[in-house]
Design a protein around this ligand. Structure first.
Ligand code: ADP
Length: 392
């Protein structure tokens, strides 16, 4: 195998991994899922496209990584790239040093669902591959090009200047990847304005002008913005005061509710999983139907708001598990944007093969694309760049 980079994306209940080399056909990738439960297992594709399905009952993050890293060490990766959601003040991908790890730890309060899991992954890979260069690629970095009028909150100035209270934005790796891919597909790299909708368990939107993020829906933490699987997205901040005064809730309880019990799960009282909600709503589950409606309407509202950052609009890109796979959500979202001249091709929308990119508009008005994200590929690319810069 040629030069290869091991990419680790350690999430709250799963670990995505990929071994990425110069030859796309050599890519190994997979997912350790249901961690901490009896159903924990590693599912993936090994060299030559062979499927891997390995039960690892009750394995936690660290144990799953141990199994994974032992299996992958035979391919001798040249470096490891870690996806890290929040880089605090860090503005670009960085080689991991004790100082950088300290900064990632200091940012835990800003991304309590993600950074602790990333640190477990970093600890494990440092232990198992002490001699390999390791790089952290931050979801926040792509959004560092936002102008102040997009990243500042209308709060007292000292909270920004002395305490870094500002909007950072997340999913930068994905927004960067799909917008660049759209540039390649249209032959107009880093030109014009794109709106991107990354829709997974966490979801966000982004406005990109000439290849640079100019605004995004997530803020200081990944809680702000559109409706997500279990996260509320935007709410009136005075709800905190109301819950504290009238229900006696403390901040910890409110934060838990907003991050883990809200969003699609909270609205439907059924599930955080869009597939489950679509199936339930087709069978007449009214709360599932409402959750889908709120999700689509708020998503469209966010895209319309972000369009203010773009002098002209070339098109809209859907990505992430929901954006790539749900024709229903794409149709509903575009229908809630009646003033932009979008003309969705209903047939192309529903018939786009799973996992493939494609243009799904009628060829008039702003373009509409589905582009499967490749956060792992982008992390590998940035990892190589950091290591080459360090060598110079
Ligand atoms: P994560 O943010 O954890 O990476 P994903 O990008 O994998 O998540 O997206 C997960 C979401 O995608 C889930 O809500 C899942 O139901 C949804 N999803 C996957 N396939 C489909 C589908 N065919 N139709 C609707 N939603 C889907």
């Amino acid at each position: 195998m040629s030069t290869s980079i091991l990419v680790i994306n350690c999430g709250s209940s799963s670990i995505k991994y990929a071994l990425i080399s110069e030859r796309p056909q050599d890519r190994i990738h997979g997912l350790a899922e249901n961690l901490g439960s009896a159903e924990a297992r590693i599912k993936g594709i090994t060299i030559g496209g062979q499927p891997l399905d390995l039960a690892i009952p009750h394995a936690n993050h660290e144990q799953a990584l141990d199994v994974l890293l032992q299996r992958l060490s035979k391919y001798k990766p040249q470096a490891i790239g870690h996806r890290v959601v929040h880089g605090g003040k860090l503005t670009k991908a960085e080689r991991l040093t004790p100082e950088i790890i300290k900064t990632i730890r200091a940012a835990v309060p800003l991304a309590p669902l993600h950074n602790p899991a990333h640190l477990i992954g970093i600890d494990a890979t440092m232990r198992l591959f002490p001699d390999l260069p390791q790089v952290a690629v931050f979801d926040t970095a792509f959004h560092q090009t936002m102008p102040a009028h997009a990243y500042r909150y209308a709060l007292p100035q000292f909270l920004y200047t002395e305490h870094n209270v500002r909007r950072y934005g997340f999913h930068g790796t994905s927004h960067a990847y799909v917008s660049q891919k759209a540039g390649e597909l249209t032959g107009q790299i880093d030109q014009g304005g794109w709106l991107t909708a990354h829709l997974g368990n966490g979801s966000s939107t982004c406005a990109i002008w000439n290849g640079k993020s100019v605004d995004t829906s997530m803020g200081m933490t990944p809680l702000e913005g559109v409706v997500m699987g279990t996260r509320s997205g935007d709410i009136d901040p005075s709800i905190h005061q109301y819950l504290a005064t009238n229900l006696g809730w403390d901040l910890h309880k409110i934060d838990h509710m907003l991050n883990r019990e809200s969003g699609l799960l909270g609205l439907s009282n059924l599930s955080n999983d869009m597939r489950t909600l679509i199936e339930a709503s087709e069978q007449g589950h009214e709360d599932a139907a409402l959750a889908i409606e709120v999700f689509s309407y708020r998503l469209a509202k966010s895209l319309a708001a972000l369009s203010c950052g773009l002098p002209t609009l070339q098109g809209l890109i859907f990505t992430g598990g929901i954006g790539e796979n749900s024709a229903h959500i794409r149709e509903k979202t575009v229908a809630y944007l009646p003033h932009f001249g979008f003309a969705l091709d209903l047939q192309k929308n529903t018939q786009l093969p799973r996992g493939q990119e494609g243009r799904i508009d009628q060829g008039q008005g702003p373009q509409i694309w589905v582009i499967p994200t490749d956060e792992e590929g982008r992390i590998a690319k940035e990892t190589i760049e950091v290591i080459q810069q360090n060598k110079q």
